[in-house]
Design a protein around this ligand. Structure first.
Ligand code: HEC
Ligand code: HEC
Ligand code: HEC
Ligand code: HEC
Length: 229
């Protein structure tokens, strides 16, 4: 599935506008050559469209499709709904929810980071994207890097196997809709968030037959003159 491209709205949102500005200032950001000047050894955000090229493939598990259908993609749209208008009013915010830092910091990716953190513009409308959980992808997104878990990790891919940490940057009681009875735990207690159950709700696995073997399978298919889909 091809993502609809929505232009960034410069000036609408601080963090996102900065990302737009960084694109204009660094046209050579994708050449792989370090851009002269201010670049530090920071892994930069690229946005979901750069993951889409590969992760829309069926062979790899089409994570894009799962994300489009899950809760995170629509997190920004949520801020324009009636419920959010009401919350913003109740909290006495001076700006509408979809322009308020108080809401955006958990409802879009990489909110309010500085220009140096972006290789491409990120679209607010894409809500909470892949890199909110997997880390900024500018350096790990190459096929060979992605196929080598250790290398990917040293190039900035976050390890999510340790549980709730990354999720808890947003899934915590500072969320105005936090509900401490949202999840039923095995021991009869409840919780506002449960890593294992929540991860299952957004599952987007690589098919078992492909996991760890993508490059090898792709090579075989290409040798047979077949396209990888
Ligand atoms: C950048 C902030 C952010 C991060 C990080 C994040 N989420 Fe979310 N998540 C949200 C927001 C915002 C919503 C609500 C979206 C909506 O309803 O529009 C949400 C909703 C959800 C929901 C549906 C509501 C619920 O609690 O059942 C699940 C499941 C979920 N997230 C799982 C996860 C998991 C698992 C992780 C970590 C691996 C994670 N999220 C990390 C922001 C985040
Ligand atoms: C600390 C992170 C955080 C902040 C700040 C935050 N949200 Fe959320 N929001 C979440 C998460 C996580 C969810 C998923 C449900 C939950 O656990 O609260 C969510 C869900 C929602 C939902 C859907 C609730 C439902 O279940 O129907 C709405 C509406 C919403 N947020 C509006 C807002 C508004 C408006 C603001 C600013 C006033 C805001 N949020 C600020 C993290 C946050
Ligand atoms: C809200 C957090 C969150 C978002 C957003 C998210 N992921 Fe994930 N992803 C996870 C978690 C949690 C896992 C499971 C990690 C584990 O089991 O160690 C995972 C696993 C994966 C895996 C490995 C699956 C496997 O079988 O090994 C791939 C590939 C992946 N994600 C790609 C993506 C892509 C591409 C996007 C964006 C379209 C995305 N993810 C968005 C949290 C997220
Ligand atoms: C050029 C193709 C390509 C791009 C672009 C790409 N990936 Fe991947 N990704 C792969 C391949 C190939 C694998 C490994 C498949 C396998 O298991 O053999 C992979 C694996 C992963 C995994 C699982 C790593 C592991 O083993 O635990 C995650 C998570 C992931 N990708 C996220 C992303 C995110 C997020 C982006 C965008 C920032 C992205 N990828 C961009 C090709 C790509």
């Amino acid at each position: 599935m091809k993502l609809e491209s929505r232009r960034c709205r410069v000036g609408a949102i601080v963090g996102v506008a900065l990302a737009c500005a960084s694109l204009a200032a660094e046209p050579s950001a994708d050449t792989g050559v370090a851009v002269s000047g201010s670049q530090e050894a920071v892994h930069r955000y690229v946005g979901v469209r750069k993951c889409e090229t590969c992760h829309k493939k069926k062979l790899l598990g089409n994570q894009i499709q799962r994300w489009l259908q899950g809760p995170h993609r629509s997190a920004y749209d949520t801020l324009q709904r009636e419920h959010s208008v009401r919350l913003a009013h109740e909290l006495g915010l001076t700006r509408p929810a979809h322009q308020a830092p108080e809401c955006l910091r958990c409802h879009v990716t990489a909110f309010s980071l500085s220009e140096a953190n972006f290789a491409y513009e990120l679209e607010a409308a894409d809500g909470v994207q892949c890199e909110s959980c997997h880390g900024p992808g500018r350096d790990y997104r190459k096929k060979k890097v992605m196929s080598d878990p250790e290398l990917a990790s040293s190039e900035g891919l976050w390890d999510l196997s340790h549980g709730t940490g990354v999720c808890a940057t947003c899934h915590n009681p500072l969320s105005p809709t936090w509900d401490s009875t949202r999840y039923d735990l095995e021991d009869g207690a409840t919780a506002g968030f449960d890593f294992n159950q929540a991860t299952k709700r957004i599952a987007h696995p690589i098919p078992k037959n492909t996991k760890g073997r993508y490059l090898e399978i792709e090579k075989r298919l290409k040798a047979q003159g077949l396209k990888v889909e």
